[in-house]
Design a protein around this ligand. Structure first.
Ligand SMILES: [Zn+2]
Length: 166
């Protein structure tokens, strides 16, 4: 508990100072999570964190601490890109998935046109007159979408070029 003198918060313990009753760190850096403050201190510096928390209303401090902990952990893992590395990697993944979706949609259109041509030919052959005329394109039917789904689901899963978090 803060101010009890029994167990100082993780910040005061690392800074080797007395944990005051109104310690600004104590609610967010419990003694049982020392690494949480260690990274934040390493990246931002304790006095900056102190100042940032003091400048915020109390109800916003928990979110600010979560954000700083996330950013500090990312910076420690990836000293060059920090959390931007994760953001870039996810943006790249979105772009790859959009490409994959466009390819799948194009395949659906091709298969649908092919099927329509086959049906048309079969119909004309039955009538004794084979033509290459295809029926006009119509929007994909729900039934066709249903048949196409397993094909889309069977596409190779995306693999990240490098792991986000180890
Ligand atoms: Zn403290």
């Amino acid at each position: 508990m803060p101010g009890s003198g029994m167990s100082p918060c993780a910040a005061c313990k690392l800074l080797r100072r007395r944990c005051a009753r109104d310690c600004v760190f104590a609610p967010y850096f419990p003694p049982d999570e020392p690494q949480k403050f260690a990274n934040v201190h390493k990246v931002f510096g304790a006095s900056n964190v102190n100042k940032m928390l003091q400048d915020l209303p109390i109800h916003s401090r928990g979110d600010a601490v979560s954000s700083m902990v996330y950013e500090a952990d990312a910076r420690v893992r990836d000293p060059v890109y920090g959390c931007v590395g994760a953001i870039s990697s996810l943006q790249q993944q979105v772009a790859q998935l959009q490409t994959q979706l466009a390819v799948a949609n194009a395949e659906i259109v091709c298969i649908r046109m092919h099927q329509a041509a086959l049906v048309s030919n079969a119909h004309h052959m039955k009538d004794g007159m084979v033509t290459n005329n295809s029926p006009p394109l119509t929007p994909p039917s729900p039934e066709l979408n249903h048949h196409m789904k397993p094909m889309i689901g069977g596409l190779e899963p995306l693999e990240l070029t490098e792991p986000l978090w180890s």
